[in-house]
Structure formats: structure tokens, C-alpha cells
Design a protein. Structure first.
Length: 92
């Protein structure tokens, strides 16, 4: 099975600057798997302070993606597109 990390890409940009369009263009490719949410907001208001280690944080983040399918099909990619990350340089 695959070794590609999940997510494969993260789109960060200003709001109303085309981040949704970029995500939609990428998602239209047959090897890009749509995440549970386009904007996970994981690194801003969904940040899980109860997960104490980087590995635990990563495990929580991966819940937004179909990790099993990504693991079984290593050619697939998935990503996050949350424009407001641009406002949170302390976290991202």
C-alpha cells in the first residue's frame, strides 16, 4: 500500500482570491480525491489542544481525508483549501 502523506497539498490564500477555483480545478483531476471538507479550518479554529503530540495532531487532521482509500491507492492525492490560514501564521 501507499506511503504518500495525507494531505498532499494545502491551498492558502486570501479570501475571494480564487482558492475555491484552484481547489475545484485540482479536484476535477481523476487522481485527486475530495476531502470530507474543502475548508478544514484545522489549523485555526478546529485546532485540537487535547492532542498533545505532533503525531496525535496529525492523526486528528487526517480524519478530514479518506485515509484508507488514500493508503490503498497511493496514486491518489487529497488536500486542504482554507484561505483563513493566511491569517494564522502562528499555527501554519
Amino acid at each position: 500500500a501507499g506511503k504518500r502523506p495525507c494531505p498532499s497539498f494545502c491551498i492558502i490564500g486570501a479570501q475571494k482570491a480564487g482558492t475555491t477555483s484552484v481547489y475545484e480545478y485540482l479536484e476535477s483531476h481523476p487522481l485527486v480525491l475530495r476531502g470530507v471538507r474543502r475548508e478544514t479550518h484545522f489549523f485555526d479554529w478546529r485546532w485540537n489542544k487535547s492532542a498533545k503530540t505532533p503525531a496525535a495532531q496529525l492523526a486528528k487532521y487526517r480524519e478530514f481525508f479518506d485515509a484508507e482509500q488514500l493508503h490503498n491507492c497511493p496514486s491518489l492525492m487529497s488536500g486542504d483549501s482554507t484561505p483563513s490560514y493566511m491569517l494564522h501564521s502562528d499555527t501554519v
